[in-house]
Design a protein around this ligand. Sequence first.
Ligand code: COA
Length: 135
Amino acid sequence: MDDVEALTKIVRDEKIMKNISNGKIWSINRINKFIQWNMNDKNDPYFGIFIRAKLIGIIGMYDTNNIRIFINKSGKGYGSESVSAYIKHMNLDEVYARIDDDNIVSRHMFEKLGFTYIKNDGDVAVYRYVKEYAE
Ligand SMILES: CC(C)(COP(=O)(O)OP(=O)(O)OC[C@H]1O[C@@H](n2cnc3c(N)ncnc32)[C@H](O)[C@@H]1OP(=O)(O)O)[C@@H](O)C(=O)NCCC(=O)NCCS
């Protein structure tokens, strides 16, 4: 399976996407736009998360400073490892995560990584990470 096929499988999986954005799986058109945008945007691309050269997820930023990750192999520590590596690699001093209220796994993961709950924005829990507090 190549990377595009692997990405397509991930972003068209209802279980993975139910907590992302509007909760809908991505259309083929959206996937193509995402790939194009990533190839053209040199400043703020999404990164692929790979296990032995197989794409298992992606991580990046939206609306300037909100981190977003989705992977298809949950519960093995890959999420935590990816977020930590991403923050370090991008040298981020401050970043936010907007997580659906009922997304217990994601909330737990971000809390474990030093993100602090700030407030609710409707059904979304807003978390903030500040490097100097987390270290
Ligand atoms: C959220 C997501 C990235 C987490 O990835 P992951 O690889 O499962 O994360 P980790 O394994 O590093 O950490 C998950 C933690 O939640 C815990 N967990 C798993 N299921 C749980 C549950 N039902 N209740 C409470 N905690 C749970 C795990 O034990 C682990 O904690 P620990 O390290 O203290 O044991 C992944 O599940 C995902 O892509 N979900 C779909 C998209 C999404 O929700 N993205 C987040 C929005 S930004």
